[in-house]
Design a binder for this molecule. Structure first.
Ligand code: DGL
Length: 261
């Protein structure tokens, strides 16, 4: 049986497109809505309560659009809002967090680097993740809001050295891309880190988790993608199309613009 209903996917901006690519690969027939909350970018520099309010507003808009599931394609919003969203919205909700567990299993040097946003790296959820999985592995972190901004500007060859060098300098042989914007700078980060450093991202695992949560009928729909932004669609479209790799119509998001606390 085919049950209609799109899957709602959101991030502060274009970073979550790295997750959307994985979802499209895993569920090629699913109907998708991608919401970029550009009016509130960057989430990583905002108080968690504000990010939570945005996530709830976007979740309500997805529900209004008949969504059958929600993917928080953002580590920062997951840390701030996953529990609140699950408490308020009775749909399957898939969040994501930096891949500390596989990274600690993969390191030979006993040192793992994590690139993320300030919001993620300072969160209680991240502290709990380290508590649970870091064990004897040393985890060094680096907030890199400048890389989020570079991806949003659509800069190819963004300078990533200042973010990557401290991690490699500390001896990390595995670096976790703990923000969904960073896979778009994977080549630059790999070059800066050198051939002995492995990079780990979470997008493929999120897509697998989503597929496992959905009954097969829910993965079939119009197979299209609708793009929403809370910013200016015309301004955002060129960078969005470059990162998505196809032409795309971008519409104003029907999301309440909240007065934030
Ligand atoms: N892409 C987001 C993440 O995974 C957040 C970037 C930002 O808005 O600061 O954390």
């Amino acid at each position: 049986m085919s049950i209609p209903g799109p899957i709602g996917v959101f991030d502060s901006g274009l970073g979550g497109l790295s997750v959307l690519h994985e979802i499209r690969r895993t569920l090629p027939r699913a109907e998708l809505i991608y919401c970029a909350d550009h009016a509130f970018l960057p989430y990583g520099e905002r108080p968690p309560a504000q990010v939570r309010a945005r996530a709830l507003a976007i979740g309500a808009a997805f529900r209004q659009a008949g969504a059958c599931a929600i993917v928080i394609a953002c580590n920062t919003a997951t840390a701030a809002a996953a529990e609140a969203l699950r408490a308020r919205i009775a749909l399957p909700i898939v969040g994501m967090e930096p891949a500390v567990k596989p990274a600690t299993a993969a390191t030979r040097a006993g040192v793992v680097g994590v690139l993320g946003t300030g919001g993620t790296l300072q969160s209680a959820r991240f502290a709990a993740l380290l508590e649970r999985f870091a064990g004897n592995v040393r985890v060094v972190t680096r907030p890199a809001p400048e890389l989020v901004a570079a991806v949003e500007r659509g800069e190819a060859g963004a300078p990533v050295g200042a973010a990557v060098r401290p991690l490699v300098g500390a001896g990390a042989d595995v670096i976790v891309l703990g923000c969904t914007h960073f896979p778009f700078l994977r080549a630059e980060i790999a070059t800066a880190a050198g051939p002995d450093v492995r990079l780990i991202e979470t997008g493929p695992a999120v897509a697998r988790r989503l597929a496992a949560l959905l009954p097969p009928g829910r993965a079939r729909g119009a197979a299209g993608v609708r793009f929403w932004t809370t910013g200016d669609p015309a301004l955002i479209r060129p960078a969005l199309e470059r990162l998505w790799g196809a032409s795309a119509a971008v519409a104003p998001a029907p999301v309440a613009s909240l007065e934030v606390e």
